[in-house]
Design a protein around this ligand. Structure first.
Ligand SMILES: CC(=O)SCCNC(=O)CCNC(=O)[C@H](O)C(C)(C)COP(=O)(O)OP(=O)(O)OC[C@H]1O[C@@H](n2cnc3c(N)ncnc32)[C@H](O)[C@@H]1OP(=O)(O)O
Ligand SMILES: N[C@@H](CCO)C(=O)O
Length: 309
């Protein structure tokens, strides 16, 4: 939430420069408040786990959030009960006349496939186009972010020789960004993917800004203001034990998988993993919600391309 300060108080300009949200009295007087509607287009197989993870992060701000669970229209999910999908989810085709303040498009374990081989690729492209007229701010996560940055900018994903797996240090490249308000200079973030986006290819696109990046695992958080979007290729939302579940699953199935780095004490998988990203995860998603709240039109009918910026 912003702080209201007189515009001529020194703290007004000092804090503004640091990225703290500051308002003067005239702006404070015209603030209208309504609940925010955030959609979760859930492409993950373990949908309930993913619902819990994102709801926990976007539900931890002082604002009232209405969560809409959305699924691809024709995709019949194998790993989550049909009854759950029927009760709680609406197909995209039923939602597309509505407006959203925010939309999270999750990851999916299909990164080895060319985008065009994803059965719901055509509808997902329709979703990407729809965000430009019906969503104020979109957050593409892991594969969801790769797909969106590829759709809008042609940035390719590349297969890695070995899975990027573990907790990696990332540099805060934009300390004054409202999305990184309160962030430390470097941040530990869970990574779990067989593909990467490359910094030179992201940097080559005019208008994209990398906010968090790592020398080891590349760009992590990219801002795309022209599309009112953020793309994150790593997993701030993961629970303490999610990397462990993935490691145990692959180790038990006999897949050649390395122990996730910098996750277990002493990199010893018999030890209890440590969650050292939770605070930054809350900060990032809280900052995103705050930024939406500050910039989304009060009149939801006005959400869309005209509300850019
Ligand atoms: C890169 C990122 O975004 S990371 C995020 C992904 N991480 C995770 O999903 C972690 C948890 N996942 C898992 O542990 C595993 O995926 C499991 C155990 C749930 C299932 O694994 P598998 O049996 O190997 O794969 P499965 O055949 O179920 O396919 C996984 C998903 O991909 C989907 N999929 C597979 N091929 C395609 C395709 N061509 N087009 C679209 N979806 C596809 C499947 O439908 C399934 O999703 P669903 O549950 O919504 O139906
Ligand atoms: N996070 C994923 C990577 C696969 O796309 C997993 O290990 O399940």
């Amino acid at each position: 939430m912003p702080i209201t300060l007189p515009e001529n108080l020194p703290a007004y300009s000092v804090l503004s420069r640091e990225g703290v949200m500051v308002m003067d009295d005239s702006r404070a007087a015209i603030q209208d408040i309504r609940p925010l509607t955030i959609g979760l287009l859930n492409l993950m197989p373990k949908k309930i786990q993913t619902e819990n993870q994102f709801a926990r992060l976007i539900g931890a701000t002082p604002l009232q959030i209405n969560l809409k669970l959305i699924r691809m229209t024709e995709h019949l999910t194998k790993n989550t009960a049909a009854e759950h999908m029927e009760e709680f989810y609406r197909p995209f085709q039923d939602v597309k006349d509505e407006k959203l303040d925010g939309l999270i498009i999750t990851g999916a374990p299909i990164e080895h496939l060319p985008f065009e081989e994803v059965t719901y690729w055509d509808e997902l492209c329709e979703v990407f186009e729809w965000t430009q007229t019906n969503v104020h701010s979109t957050f593409g996560v892991c594969w969801g972010g790769m797909a969106m940055i590829n759709y809008f900018h042609g940035v390719p994903k590349h297969m890695l020789d070995a899975k990027a797996f573990g907790c990696f240090r990332h540099r805060n490249l934009a300390p004054a960004s409202p999305y990184l308000r309160g962030f430390s200079d470097d941040v530990l973030i869970p990574v779990s993917r067989w593909t990467e986006m490359r910094a030179p290819e992201v940097d080559a696109v005019p208008g994209l800004t990398t906010l968090l990046g790592s020398n080891e695992v590349g760009p992590c958080l990219v801002e795309d203001p022209a599309h009112r979007a953020l793309y994150i290729f790593n997993h701030f939302e993961y629970d303490s034990g999610t990397l462990k579940e993935e490691y145990d699953r692959d180790a038990q199935s006999g897949k050649p998988i390395k122990v996730p780095v910098n996750y277990y004490p002493g990199d010893d998988p018999t030890q209890q993993p440590m969650n050292r990203w939770r605070s930054h995860a809350h900060l990032l998603y809280g900052n995103w919600i705050n930024e939406i709240y500050q910039t989304t039109p009060y009149d939801t009918a006005k959400i869309g391309a005209s509300s850019a910026g």
